[in-house]
Design a protein. Structure first.
Ligand code: NAD
Length: 545
């Protein structure tokens, strides 16, 4: 099974390009944006390396200019899902048998290709257009984070394959063989991160699994470019099969297959729970118990102690809540502020928010762009409207929206007197931050409220200069976040530095971009070899005195 010893050095994180005015990377990226914008890409399914066109098509549009079509994709149905399962199973034997270092070479190459100008500009431009991300948000996602996933995963795979039983007594030899799962893995990605859409199929594939890859409907465009990148890096036909389409029309036949061996999911909590239910109902059909790995929603907090610096807090709020329009699972969406700091912080926050420019990402001076689609726009604005009517809440910034050309929503701050107000509890997934101002002396009590308010436990931050206050928050909030930050915004986890994932309703906490995730895609076999097998069954104790 290829447990070769091969030294993959600890990678360095991919440096972030600045795209500052006059920089060569800015000019090259702008050029690629124009090229992609001026064509309509026809996107087929890719099954067993072959392009499949079903004729059942949908448009890929630009969220900040929703009448502009940049792609038209073919949708998979039951028949194509079955074709993809067959193609994956056919590719499985040789892929599983391939030495892991050869598989690692493919994904290390994918990382190097993505770091090179053509692929970097293409994936960044595609993400900016299809998902309405500004240049910096695209760069840290579709370039840097995905390159890091490829490189660090190869390094972590090496650690896993090297992990062997510590002892083999004389006369025998013990080995652990890290087999891939027996069947195929279903990789289902969200719209918001190109890096996640790239990591979900490739981390199981690196460990020798074959995969069906289903991108989110609003991110099929970048999903297709990812698939082309995998092919360019040398992923063999059938190892990763690209099957865009409606969640249930693709998902149901996939999860009905006896060869279904695992889900690698990132997306919303209700969708993950519905998939888990289907898996439960089908459990007796499967050849093995499927691995269910899912990172889901969040209601991420910033908790402020009176000893914190209000400018640090305000800046973390703006970046944490409004970058990528709050459409990050880790986005700060509720905050707890002591009344002693509130006036200063409010003034600072409102002045800073006034300077945030909103518009298309092709104009690099825009900090805020559009939300992903009509459904997201309607859902986010319904929360804003709810707050507008509520007696115990007040909108102090933003609250306006306009979807005439693109799905634009102004960064919005709600202040509530009810710590359990709807927008303190539910995931909104948009540029909306709700703040509860607490009595300064009730620090500990309010920490408990924070811990108990939401079903989620993804990310959270404590801001304090007082170390005792930090320790107290750290203890009381121990189960409230899988990624906990001290004096930093709760977004922007980096592969190799802060392995990412949450618990409670936020997911199975298998920490993307770490050995903890990769280990889920293996089914170890223990092999004991006896060099000198006994030839007599009698033990000494059986002998007569
Ligand atoms: P979503 O749940 O709407 O969709 C996710 C994926 O599931 C899509 O590919 C969708 O087509 C698919 N899907 C939907 N119904 C399905 C079904 N019945 N069977 C199979 N697949 C189905 O999520 P989204 O709107 O794309 O992304 C936003 C959500 O993702 C937010 O809740 C956010 O918090 C979460 N998210 C979490 C993390 C994390 O690491 N915890 C990271 C990014 C996003």
């Amino acid at each position: 099974m290829g447990n070769s010893i091969f030294n993959i050095n600890l990678p360095k994180n991919e440096p972030i390009k600045s795209y500052a005015p006059g920089s060569p990377e800015k000019a090259a990226l702008k050029k690629r944006i124009e090229e992609l914008k001026n064509q309509v890409l026809e996107i087929p399914l890719i099954i067993g390396g072959k392009e499949i066109k079903t004729g059942n098509m949908a448009d890929c549009v630009i969220p900040h200019d929703h009448q502009k079509v940049i792609g038209r994709y073919h949708k998979a149905g039951k028949k194509e899902v079955e074709m993809a399962i067959d193609a994956a199973l056919k590719a499985r034997e040789s892929w599983a048998a391939m030495d892991w270092t050869e598989r690692a070479a493919i994904f290390l190459k994918a990382g190097d290709l993505l770091a090179s100008p053509y692929w970097r500009n293409t994936l960044n431009a595609a993400t900016m257009l299809a998902q309405s991300k500004n240049a910096f948000q695209a760069e840290i996602d579709s370039a840097c984070e995905l390159i890091d996933f490829f490189k660090f995963n190869a390094y972590y795979a090496q650690q896993i394959y090297g992990e062997q039983p510590p002892h083999s007594p004389d006369g025998q030899w013990n080995k652990l063989e890290y087999r891939p799962l027996e069947g195929f893995v279903f990789a289902v990605s969200p719209f918001n991160f190109t890096s996640i859409a790239g990591n979900l199929p490739t981390s199981p594939a690196l460990m020798g699994n074959v995969v069906l890859m289903k991108p989110a409907s609003s991110a099929v465009y970048t999903g297709y470019w990812l698939m082309k990148l995998f092919q360019a890096a040398g992923v063999p036909d059938g190892v990763i099969n690209f099957v865009p389409g409606s969640g249930s029309q693709v998902g149901n036949p996939v999860m009905n297959s006896p060869h279904f061996a695992g889900i690698h999911f990132t997306g919303s909590t209700p969708v993950f729970q519905s998939m888990w239910r289907i898996v439960g109902e089908n459990i007796a059909k499967y050849k093995s118990y499927p691995r269910i790995v899912g990172e889901t929603g969040g209601k991420d907090f910033i908790f402020v102690h009176k000893s914190a610096d209000f400018k640090e807090v305000g800046t973390a709020m703006i970046r944490g809540a409004f970058e990528y329009q709050g459409q990050k699972c880790s986005a700060a969406s509720r905050a707890y502020v002591p009344v002693s700091m509130w006036n200063k912080l409010q003034k600072f926050l409102l002045a800073e928010i006034k300077t945030l420019k909103m518009g298309p990402p092709e104009d690099f001076t825009n900090f805020v762009n559009a939300v992903i689609d009509k459904n997201a726009f309607d859902s986010i604005t319904s929360y804003i409207n709810f707050a507008k009517k509520a007696k115990n809440a007040k909108i102090i910034a933003g609250g306006n929206y306009d979807d005439s050309k693109g799905y634009f929503i102004k960064p919005t701050v709600i202040v509530t007197t009810d710590p359990k107000f709807k927008t303190m509890e539910e995931e909104i997934f948009g540029p909306v931050l709700t703040i509860y101002v607490y009595p300064t002396a009730k620090y500990k009590e309010t920490l408990h409220i924070c811990n108990e308010t939401s079903v989620y436990a993804l990310t959270g931050a404590i801001f304090a200069k007082d170390r005792e206050a930090v320790i107290q928050a750290d203890k009381i909030l121990v189960n409230a976040a899988g990624n906990f930050y001290i004096n930093d915004k709760p977004t922007g986890a980096v592969v190799g530095q802060q392995p990412f994932g949450g618990a409670r309703a936020s997911g199975t906490n298998d920490k993307a971009g770490s050995y903890l995730n990769l280990i889920r895609w293996t089914s170890p076999r223990t092999i004991k070899e006896n060099f000198i097998p006994p030839t007599d069954y009698r033990y000494p104790f059986l002998e007569e005195e």
